[in-house]
Design a protein around this ligand. Sequence first.
Ligand code: SF4
Ligand code: FES
Length: 222
Amino acid sequence: MVKLEIDNREIRVETGTTILQAARMNGIAIPTLCYHEALEPYAACRLCVVELASARGKLVAACAQPCEEGMDVLTSSPRVQNSRRITAELLMASGAHLPLVEAIAQAMGVQWARYSLPANDCILCGLCVRACDELVGARAISLVKRGLEKQVAAPFEIASAACIGCATCALICPTGAIALADITPAPHSAHDPRTCRVCGEQSLPQKFADVEALLKEEVQPA
Ligand code: SF4
Ligand code: FES
């Protein structure tokens, strides 16, 4: 067990518990965005930052930082609030049109952003990529390119045979950036209409139709 203070409350938790888990177990709210209970911590969005008063005011991601003996954690100090406001502004730069981003900005008291980028439904939280890897085990999509060009895509941006059309990516996406499209021919659409728009993988009935066509070609007399 380790003993620490969160917002001046003495708390005891098991070794390995993160600050976020410890706070939530004790009814202390910390906002999160890229965190999901079913996935490994990613520490990308920085919305969950807290201040370690015991470490000269260092800001750490509560979702990934394990509790340590003697820690003194502040979850809503001026430094923390300032950092979260900047995060909200950065999210607004390309996602101000998204209800989720609007709600985050409102919660942080941010009215407008100093930064501006082309509107994008994807906020690069990485939830879809990690769910595809950690929960489904397919690794059909990943975060590709860098900087302003960073995006979620299938490897080499071509249809991925690894996609099983489970739609986990679309279900976990907090902004609705991933949509499913039905490209299955009419006779099959009643069976499995799901096709992933990110990786472009066809649904199973379409795959079978393709294989059937190939087989027919192969047995045609020359
Ligand atoms: S597509 Fe959705 S889940 Fe995936 S990184 Fe973008 S916002 Fe996050
Ligand atoms: S929720 Fe912790 S960094 Fe995103």
